[in-house]
Design a protein around this ligand. Structure first.
Ligand code: ADP
Ligand code: MG
Length: 337
């Protein structure tokens, strides 16, 4: 069973970036308004994410890193989603099968925080205690998850990830995208030993200011809002919001960010359609900045295509992609300023 778990974990967690994505999403799900990431060697040695969210109940700590342990399936309708939305409760379990995980958490009204240490999905003892029971400790409301020595037990994977800088760059990139998408949440990322954060995107910044901070002035120069209100197309609950560049993003590489139901995803079909529309209305190979946030019924999104849930397919893709391309074309046509 350990081998199976490790293989399953390896498909979900291929590199530190994947762990950070899952942990960020958990922090956001817990209602955090401030998320701080600390990295050593691009997360290969240590990655720690601190949030000020709801915290975790003491009673849940023993099961937290077991597969399919989730607090997010409560209603009957949620059960339906298991089929299409991927199994839940796999992220922490997967991480704990390829790394050493420490969780410190405190809920509102708790007298003190609890600290728990996990190996292979189970609570484990940590020095100086010879018990694996969670230990009381100091802490503020929220959760701190520390992931150490990722892939310590997967030598092949560890050897393949030699470049801490590359891992670091990927994590920053990911956090910047979540920062742009998540209004009212502050994000910061620091390397161990550094006093100044590598990125610090306050919740007070507007989305345009965040984009300017991350991608430069050029990215915001010709931004236009793309909006498809609910009811525009014949797909229940579908709506879209975003910002798109209406002029060539000059010598920069294109940037395409898409969230579906608040998860950063990749959709090859959507990207191709956007490429094509820009080529047609600006010029072939024009580079662009596109940020889109799509909402649809969760059961319309198929994330099972890839175990890490990054590449998605969705129902009514023709209607949805068609509507987005049309809207984009309309915005690119009316750029007579
Ligand atoms: P899922 O997010 O699909 O439920 P995870 O393995 O990512 O599964 O997390 C398991 C559970 O751990 C979550 O359902 C949640 O109850 C709890 N949890 C994880 N991270 C946090 C956090 N930062 N704050 C509060 N609860 C958390
Ligand atoms: Mg999760």
């Amino acid at each position: 069973p350990t081998v199976v778990n490790k293989i399953a974990a390896g498909e979900i967690i291929e590199r530190p970036e994947n762990a950070v994505k899952e942990l960020l999403e958990n922090a956001l799900d817990a209602g955090s308004t401030s998320i701080e990431v600390l990295l050593k060697d691009g997360g290969l040695k240590l990655l720690q994410i601190s949030d000020n969210g709801a915290g975790i109940h003491y009673d849940d700590l023993p099961y937290l890193c077991q597969r399919f342990s989730t607090s997010k399936l409560e209603k009957f309708e949620d059960l339906q989603q298991i089929q299409t939305f991927g199994f839940r409760g796999e992220a922490l379990a997967s991480i704990s099968h390829v790394a050493k995980v420490t969780i410190t958490t405190k809920r509102e009204g708790d007298l003190h925080a609890w600290r728990a240490f996990y190996v292979d999905g189970k609570l484990a003892p940590t020095a100086p205690h010879n018990t694996s029971a969670p230990q009381p400790c100091a802490g503020k409301q929220g959760t701190v998850i520390t992931v150490e020595d990722i892939f310590y037990n997967v030598p092949g994977r560890k050897a393949a990830l030699k470049h801490a800088n590359e891992e670091y760059r990927r994590i920053l990139n990911l956090m910047q995208k979540y920062a742009i998408h998540s209004e009212k949440v502050s994000f910061s990322c620091k390397k161990v030993g550094e006093t100044v954060a590598s990125i610090s995107l306050s919740s007070r910044l507007s989305i345009k200011d965040k984009i300017r901070h991350v991608f430069g002035t050029l990215a915001v120069k010709h931004l236009k809002a793309l909006k498809i209100p609910e009811g525009t197309i014949n797909v229940e609950s579908f709506h879209a919001d975003g910002l798109i560049s209406s002029a060539d993003y000059e010598d920069k590489k294109s940037i395409f960010i898409v969230f579906i139901n608040n998860r950063l995803v990749e959709s090859i079909e959507l990207k191709n359609a956007i490429d094509e529309t820009y080529s047609k209305f600006l010029h072939k190979g024009a580079s662009y900045f596109v940020y889109l946030s799509l909402s649809m019924k969760p059961e319309q999104v198929d994330v099972n295509f890839h175990p890490s849930k990054r590449i998605v397919h969705f129902l009514y893709d023709h209607e949805i992609i068609g509507a987005i391309s049309d809207k984009l074309a309309e915005l690119l046509k009316n750029t007579d300023e």
